[in-house]
Design a protein around this ligand. Structure first.
Ligand code: FES
Length: 219
């Protein structure tokens, strides 16, 4: 009898690992692989997708880059936005920034406008001769603050979240959100030293009446 058991042990040793041990190893390896995958996913999730200063991230700009009130917009191609400084109550630049008949309150403050047309996504341009943004693809026109003057654009140009920062880059104020879920121009506090534009935080412009329809000269 003893010799039969010894023979069985010898056979098992000769065969290497048992079936049960093999399953344990497979299970352990699967668990280790799963844990590594989850860890990798977590790291990927925690690492910011976009760095500061590249599109999709935040741009910190000194206040002196801001255009004058109602002046032509400042172009930031790397951030894909225009920076505008608006005041419909100011004397200067009325040919560029003015109130439409359905706007009662003055429009005042700074905003960052996305450079992509709301119609089919072309890159529009500021046309100084006409004091407005114009899209070369299908002819949409926009006022200095991005509101539609002429279609086929379905809505106002989109805007990015804008913050005013002090000299230590601490936040002072940020764009408020209107009743139609849109960033309003920000009136900058006196201590503002930097502007932060978050190109990862974009809100779609609303569908307001075409400005040309008030004057009856829509094409
Ligand atoms: S994409 Fe701008 S008007 Fe069509």
């Amino acid at each position: 009898m003893a010799s039969v058991a010894a023979e069985a042990d010898a056979q098992q040793e000769g065969a290497g690992i048992s079936r049960r041990e093999f399953l344990y190893y497979i299970w352990g390896a699967s668990l280790a692989l799963f844990t590594a995958q989850m860890g990798g996913l977590l790291v990927w999730f925690l690492i910011p997708r976009f760095r500061e200063g590249e599109f999709g991230g935040r741009f910190i700009l000194p206040i002196d880059i801001l255009p004058e009130v109602n002046a032509p917009p400042e172009n930031f191609p790397e951030g894909r936005f225009w920076l505008v400084n608006l005041d419909t109550a100011a004397d200067q630049g009325q040919e560029r920034m003015y109130l439409a008949p359905d706007e009662e309150e003055p429009i005042r403050g700074v905003t960052a406008i996305y450079k992509v047309c709301t119609h089919l996504g072309c890159i529009y341009a500021w046309v100084s001769a006409n004091n407005r943004f114009e899209c070369p693809c299908h002819g949409s026109k926009y006022r200095l603050d991005g509101r539609r003057i002429e279609s086929p654009a379905p809505r106002t140009l989109d805007r990015f979240l804008l913050e005013a920062l002090d000299a230590n880059r601490a936040p002072l104020a940020q764009s408020e959100i209107s009743a139609v879920d849109f960033y309003q121009p920000l009136e900058l506090p006196a201590e503002t030293a930097f502007l932060s534009i978050d190109t990862g935080a974009r809100r779609q412009g609303p569908s307001q009446t075409l400005i040309c329809s008030f004057t009856g000269n829509c094409p």
